[in-house]
Design a protein around this ligand. Structure first.
Ligand code: VGL
Ligand code: ZN
Length: 187
């Protein structure tokens, strides 16, 4: 068994002070770094919300969200405190005409000719995941549910996630949903 660590959208805009800042999001940095240090050989993957400036994902075009993670802007960069130099990066959310791209499985590799995350797991013999990142109630949840649908053993690293909570309780509900679908919680 090889477990991989997908970090979901650990980008400046999702941390406090960012365009779509998640409360206490900065608290995920230290536990994730410790996890990465303890598992130096675990393959690391990072998804990146990577939007065009105009997309149906944004409120200006009927979506839910303020402008965030626009391609090649500072807000779309990875949090500078995360030790993720070894990460293989997957971009998602590029289609201007839909509000898709929540799941990291929709991501395509930045360097491997658009290779999908699922294909990359096969290439790397990754058959279990320990997931962390932002935000619990959106992209983390979508990624975990997608992984479970693909019959990948999936653990959620709870110190490494935080929720947007457009409605109070969304974070807890998202965790309950992931558990009900088969995710195992790890702290
Ligand atoms: C996300 C809202 C909008 C996420 C992305 O990464 O969880 N949430 N876009
Ligand atoms: Zn987004």
């Amino acid at each position: 068994m090889t477990f991989g660590i997908p970090l979901v959208d650990p980008q400046v805009d999702f941390f406090p002070g960012g365009a779509l800042g998640v409360r206490d999001g900065d608290q995920i940095v230290a536990p994730i770094n410790e996890l990465l240090r303890r598992h130096p050989k675990a393959p690391l993957f990072a998804s990146r919300d990577w939007h065009p400036v105009s997309t149906r994902h944004f409120a200006a075009r009927g979506g839910k969200w303020p402008l965030h993670c626009v391609q090649d802007t500072p807000g779309a960069e990875f949090h500078p405190g995360l030790e993720m130099a070894r990460a293989e990066v997957f971009d998602k959310g590029m289609n201007p005409d839909d509000d898709a791209g929540y799941s990291a499985f929709e991501g395509v590799s930045k360097v491997q000719r658009g290779r999908s995350l699922a294909d990359t797991f096969a290439v790397r013999h990754v058959d279990a995941l320990l997931v962390a990142g932002l935000a619990t109630d959106y992209c983390v949840k979508a990624s975990v549910l997608d992984a479970l649908k693909r019959n990948i053993t999936t653990f959620l690293f709870t110190p490494g996630v935080r929720a947007v909570e457009l409605q109070p309780g969304d974070g807890e509900r998202a965790i309950a949903e992931m558990r009900a679908a088969g995710a195992l919680l790890v702290s």
